[in-house]
Design a protein around this ligand. Structure first.
Ligand code: ADP
Ligand code: MG
Length: 671
């Protein structure tokens, strides 16, 4: 029997159980051993009745001192009741319908009781504790149960598997030695059946490292593979020329990132890079510099944006910068007429357009390029990997750049974008307006409206953000529609208001955004759809209702819509939530303007779900590693993974054989 043996052939597993296990993703004996316990019951540490806290799981050793009395309730529930005591005190025990257990227990004998003490009676009470004979000296693993398979059943199978199967070692000895990690056999035995707390910790440390290390090796293999293909060479350096056409001096961070990209594009290998920069850090200029360089080297570029209005904004920016050059820009979006589109397509095919900016319209089948050398996707998390791939396939190994304003904690980007190189724009353009953020409760609402009116009166614009479209009284969420109508008829009658929500068609949304961008709408009532990088420098105030409902990163993204011009801007968070957690979170957003730090808080407070949801790809779920708590391990694992692949890119060395197998499996899942 090996790790790859079908689970069906393990002793104790029949056809039926095999089916249940397979539905949990446990196909092989090896997979069963990688099905780690959800938690543990520690029977090895007992406390006295007197010292035991209420409402927490404890284990006490006590003697049953009364006969076991049996009652039947009107609903036919059998209750077994008795008193147990140790030298420090006594307590009642009630068992419900547990006939077999009750029948085994004997008065005057000692047992171990595992459960929670209820404090609502004079004498302590424990309902339905787990009971074991004295001497049961185990840290007992508890597995995720299902109706047709108990934790105990899984526990038994795991034990059989541990006895029958020699699991291959995936971590090379050198790596283990350097990091002081135990071997696989010890790790698996002690993650399932730890002898002591310490042996559990050792096992866990090794398995966490292993999980992160293998993933990093797999992602790095993918990256190296991209680097091995040949890409077009953007050799001629025209950066200084480009900078002359810019209306401002780029920040040092912008310059650095542009250089990093140009170096990639010069290398002869296709670039495959992520540019991360907080909202307003100036990513568009980086894109423009690269497109310009590609054009001057005879290659076409395509920039794909998630919305029409964003595409148009980028197009305008590009056109302005290249106005006095021979670089030809084009726009391709879905709402253009058939005729307009076909003209642009013709020009792309003939090489008469150097830089095309567009939306999804770019990936339609009949869009062809003469010589596509660079593909950029803006706000890439809005696109699926497949959509990006479609655009990339229109050229021959073009350079690819993805730009994201979603600040992702560094550790997470190692997981999410481990196959990309990463550049970070960590500096804002000079003279950027500070945004003051306040948080208030709803009793301030009228005052806030008056504050907004003051700005509108000065010719400025603003946003009000509400969480959901449909009324849901239970959660006390303001419906955007109703909210809008109330304001339009009431407080803000006489002002020009707009409504934007997620259930509108892209066309409708674009129409509203356009009106807002050119000033026809003064105050925009919106759900979170305004998140994506629209640039309206005249908007200076943002009010966010039910602020407690948003993730911190999301609040930060929203806030990034203001403070984009010459005017000082204010963000006001309204929340009536009294919870300490909310207060803490809103305090973070009030005092911190750094998107990456905020993202880190988010990760700590809410877990990685919010971030992982952003990328539609097969990043495997972590079995044991915690992306926040195990941050440092991840960083170490990454460095060591890279080093190992430098020494043995194919993982051909005998000591890397186990790792190689594991990585091949992972690779299949990631691709
Ligand atoms: P984002 O990173 O959010 O996409 P943008 O590229 O839209 O940011 O830039 C935000 C604003 O800052 C734009 O109006 C842009 O013209 C301006 N900007 C970008 N870089 C600089 C700079 N180095 N100096 C001054 N203004 C800049
Ligand atoms: Mg942008």
């Amino acid at each position: 029997m090996t790790a790859n043996t079908d689970i069906q052939y393990l002793k104790g597993v029949g056809e039926k159980r095999a089916e249940i296990l397979k539905s949990k993703g446990i196909d092989t004996v090896g997979a069963l051993l990688r099905f780690y316990p959800r938690k543990y019951l520690d029977w090895t540490k007992t406390t006295t009745v007197m010292a035991a806290p209420y409402y927490e799981n404890v284990c006490v050793k006590a003697k049953i001192v009364t006969p076991i009395e049996t009652f039947e309730t009107r609903n036919k529930v059998m209750i077994y009741k008795f008193i147990a005591e140790d030298e420090s005190g006594k307590f009642y025990v009630s068992l419900f319908n547990q006939y077999f257990l009750a029948n085994k227990l004997r008065c005057d004998r000692e047992y171990l009781f595992y459960g929670k003490f209820d404090g609502s009676f004079v004498i302590k009470q424990m309902n339905s504790p787990l009971i074991q004979e004295v001497g049961y000296n185990l840290i007992e693993p508890i597995y995720p149960e299902s109706r047709n398979m108990s934790s105990k059943a899984i526990q038994k199978l795991v034990k059989t598997a541990l006895e029958k199967v020699e699991m291959p070692e995936v971590l090379p000895e050198e790596i283990r030695r350097k990091n002081g990690l135990c071997d696989i056999k010890y790790a698996l035995w002690n993650i399932h059946f730890p002898k002591t707390k310490e042996s559990f910790e050792r096992a866990k440390r090794r398995l966490v490292f292993e999980e992160l290390f293998c993933l990093q090796v797999a992602l790095t293999v993918i990256k190296l593979k991209t680097h091995k293909q040949s890409g077009c060479v953007i050799e001629k350096d025209v950066l200084n020329e480009f900078l002359k056409y810019l209306p401002f001096e780029p920040t040092n961070a912008q310059k650095r990132v542009i250089q990093e990209c140009l170096l990639d594009m010069r290398s002869g290998k296709p670039m495959s890079r992520l540019v991360q920069g907080d909202v307003g850090s100036g990513k568009t200029v980086v894109a423009a510099a690269l497109c310009y360089s590609a054009a001057k080297n005879g290659y076409q570029s395509a920039l794909m944006a998630p919305t029409e209005i964003l595409a148009e904004q980028h197009f305008e920016t590009f056109k302005n910068i290249t106005a006095n050059t021979n670089v030809r820009c084009g726009l391709l979006t879905g709402s253009m007429t058939k005729k307009q589109k076909s003209v642009v397509k013709e020009q792309l095919k003939n090489g008469e357009i150097d830089v095309v900016v567009g939306t999804h319209a770019l990936i339609v089948n009949d869009v062809e390029f003469d010589n596509l050398g660079l593909v950029i996707t803006d706000e890439q998390h809005r696109f699926g990997a497949a959509q990006r791939g479609k655009l990339e396939n229109k050229g021959l190994n073009p350079h690819k750049l993805v730009m994201s304003a979603t600040p992702i904690p560094q550790t997470l980007s190692y997981i999410l974008f481990g196959d990309l190189d990463i550049s970070v724009i960590d500096e804002y353009p000079k003279g950027r307006q500070k945004i003051d953020t306040y948080s208030v409760d709803s009793s301030y609402r009228t005052r806030i409206y008056n504050y907004i009116k003051k700005f509108l009166g000065e010719g400025r614009q603003g946003y009000i953000v509400c969480p959901l479209v449909s009324e849901n009284e239970e959660l006390d969420i303001k419906s955007a529609k109703e909210y809008y109508e109330n304001l339009a008829k009431g407080e803000f009658s006489g002002y020009s208001l707009g409504l934007l929500h997620g259930k509108m068609s892209p066309k409708e949304k674009d129409a509203v955004m356009r009106k807002f961008a050119n000033g026809e709408i003064q105050l925009l009532i919106a759900t979170t759809v305004i998140e994506v990088g629209i640039d309206v420098p005249n908007a200076v105030i943002m009010v966010i209702e039910n602020a407690e409902r948003f993730g911190l990163s999301q609040l930060h993204q929203l806030r990034g819509r203001i403070g984009r011009g010459q005017y000082k801007s204010d963000c006001i968070l309204i929340s009536d939530s009294q919870s300490d957690d909310t207060k803490k979170r809103l305090e973070v957003i009030k005092t911190c303007a750094d998107g990456f730090k905020i993202a880190d808080y988010d990760l700590a407070l809410r877990g990685p779900g919010d971030f992982l949801g952003n990328r539609q790809s097969g990043i495997p779920q972590m079995k044991i590693a915690d992306l926040f708590a195990d941050k440092q391990v991840l960083i170490d694992a990454r460095t060591q993974a890279q080093k190992l692949l430098e020494q043995d890119p194919q993982l051909k060395a005998p000591e890397n054989a186990g790792l190689r197998q594991e990585v091949i499996e992972l690779y299949k899942k990631l691709k």
